[in-house]
Design a protein around this ligand. Structure first.
Ligand code: NAD
Length: 496
């Protein structure tokens, strides 16, 4: 058996909540199915309202316990111990992510788990080296005043995360929340519950006081996710997922006027100018369209190529796409895995049919691959390229969240900027050009939270991350995370 399949076979088969330092079950449970071959991987506890309440109460008690006395240095040390704990169980985390999602092993190793560790180390370092604002002023009566700012934890933070980068996106929020002294109730996606359960084991073993990190499993609407957002004793909700879910959560927290941070969907564009390094642009767009089978929030689904190189670019991307190898991650050489579930595959297939109805030319893909083995019970979709759709087509405007991109020609800089910005979303974009000034100019005109020039998905964790329009609300990363996860108090002292 392939090594990581063997490690996965040793992972827990009954996934439980982690509340107040203990693993607990619930009367209800649901099956987590493999997207690779459809078999049942585990039974997962389905939190009822009592379990969610117990987790929130445990987190609240933790705010009054020893955690409150932890100095910044002690919190940073705790975060480094958690990072060490993930590092020590690196292969189990990789195996969990690969089994739950079907992603390539190399991606789980190099991106998902490596970033999960980096999230804890980065925020440990940031909180250790953070400074505070200070202003000296003179009042109207001539008194000298000293203003300085202190940070307090928000209190109990609800973290709700998606399935597409399970550990990476969960820890992206848990790490800064803990760094700032909050306690956490995390609700991972029902589609990817295993790495979160391993993280709870690491938290327990790291010596974090009981109740500082709690985990509840379950679904979203009418279940654990919704109850968490409606719980009166939560101080803030930080959420990554679909824009529609963000809108539902915003309504749920409105009455309590809770703090929220939202990282939501996207319909991201790549712009390839005729002066681009052609091969680098083809490789970049290949990666940005098909990494994780298109299931990364920053994946490109709209590609605009300057007309003189349009045909050549489409042909080159077609050739590179057809060289991708789709299948089980346990087969050597496989580059592209399945959709997360049969339901998500069916949603993506719906868009493949719609694109044809809308008049697309299917350059490559457009169907379900056949394997002649157990993978035929999995949730695979061929990497697909379309051309020929009008800008008004639903497939050019709605987030598919699968291995698809549409390529359209453009003639002028102003025109392409307008077409890229004509979107309800505003998460990410990439620009491919060797013209230095144009790279800067176009990047500054695009209405998204992040723009890469001659790059994609390079992330410095100190920089702000988030989206505009339907893609989100607020920024996380570096001091922006510290700002979200803490309450600032200005202290004004009369010194003379
Ligand atoms: P989703 O919104 O369906 O679910 C995300 C989480 O929210 C899950 O844990 C789910 O159980 C929970 N949830 C669902 N309904 C809820 C409700 N009514 N109340 C409370 N919780 C609820 O999203 P998904 O399908 O898991 O993830 C894919 C989406 O996430 C895509 O749209 C993608 O673009 C987006 N995403 C965005 C970013 C970003 O950083 N902007 C990153 C990754 C994914």
């Amino acid at each position: 058996m392939e090594y990581y399949a063997e490690v996965a076979a040793g992972l827990p088969r009954h996934l439980r909540h982690f509340i107040d330092g203990e693993f607990v079950a619930s009367p209800g449970s649901f099956a987590k199915l493999s997207p690779i071959d459809g078999r049942e991987l585990s039974r997962v506890a389905e939190a009822d309202a009592e379990a969610v309440d117990a987790a929130v109460q445990a987190a609240r008690r933790a705010q009054r316990g020893p955690w409150r006395e932890f100095t910044t240095a002690q919190r940073a040390a705790a975060l480094h111990r958690i990072a060490d704990g993930i590092q020590q169980r690196f292969d189990e985390f990789v195996a969990a992510e690969v089994a739950d999602t079907g992603r390539p092993i190399a991606q789980a190793r190099e991106l998902d788990i490596a970033r999960g560790i980096a999230n804890f180390r980065t925020f440990a370092d940031l909180v250790s080296t953070a400074h505070s604002e200070c202003f000296e002023s003179v009042g109207a009566d001539g008194t000298q005043l000293l203003n300085y700012v202190t940070r307090k934890p928000l209190g109990v933070v609800g973290v709700i995360s998606p399935w597409n980068l399970p550990l990476l996106l969960l820890t992206w929020k848990v790490a800064p929340a803990l760094a700032m002294g909050n306690s956490v109730v995390a609700k991972p996606s029902e589609e990817a519950p295993t790495s979160a359960t391993l993280l709870a084991e690491v938290m327990r073993d790291s010596g974090l006081p009981n109740g500082v990190f709690n985990l509840v499993h379950g679904h979203g609407p009418g279940a654990a996710g919704e109850w968490l957002t409606r719980h009166p004793d939560i101080d803030a909700i930080t959420f990554t997922g679909e824009s529609r879910t963000g809108s539902t959560i915003m309504k749920a927290v409105a009455d309590g006027v809770k703090n929220i941070s939202f990282e939501l969907g996207g319909k991201n564009a790549a712009i390839v100018f005729a002066d681009a390094d052609f091969d680098a642009a083809v490789e970049g767009v290949l990666r940005s369209s098909f990494t994780n089978a298109g299931q990364v929030c920053m994946c490109t689904e709209r590609v605009y190529v300057e007309r003189p190189i349009f045909e050549r670019f489409v042909a080159a991307l077609k050739a590179r796409t057809e060289a991708l190898r789709i299948g089980s991650p346990y087969v050597p050489g496989v580059t592209t895995g399945p959709m997360i579930s049969a339901a998500h595959r069916d949603k993506v297939l719906g868009y493949l049919r719609l694109a044809v109805e809308e008049g697309a030319t299917v350059v490559t893909g457009g169907d379900v691959p056949r394997f002649g083995d157990a993978c035929d019970n999995g949730a695979f979709v061929q990497p697909t390229i379309w051309t020929g759709l009008p800008d008004s087509a639903r497939c050019v405007n709605e987030e598919v969240f699968g291995p698809v991109c549409h390529i359209a020609p453009f003639d002028a800089e102003d025109e392409v900027v307008a077409r890229v910005n004509h979107s309800n979303y505003g998460l990410a974009a990439s620009v491919w050009t060797t013209h230095l000034a144009r790279g800067h100019r176009v990047a500054q005109r695009i209405e998204t939270g992040i723009v890469w020039v001659n790059a994609w998905y390079a992330r410095d964790l100190r920089t702000p991350f988030g989206g505009t329009k339907l893609s989100g609300f607020g920024r996380e990363g570096g001091r922006h995370s510290m700002d979200f996860y803490s309450e600032l108090t200005n202290i004004c002292v009369r010194v003379a």
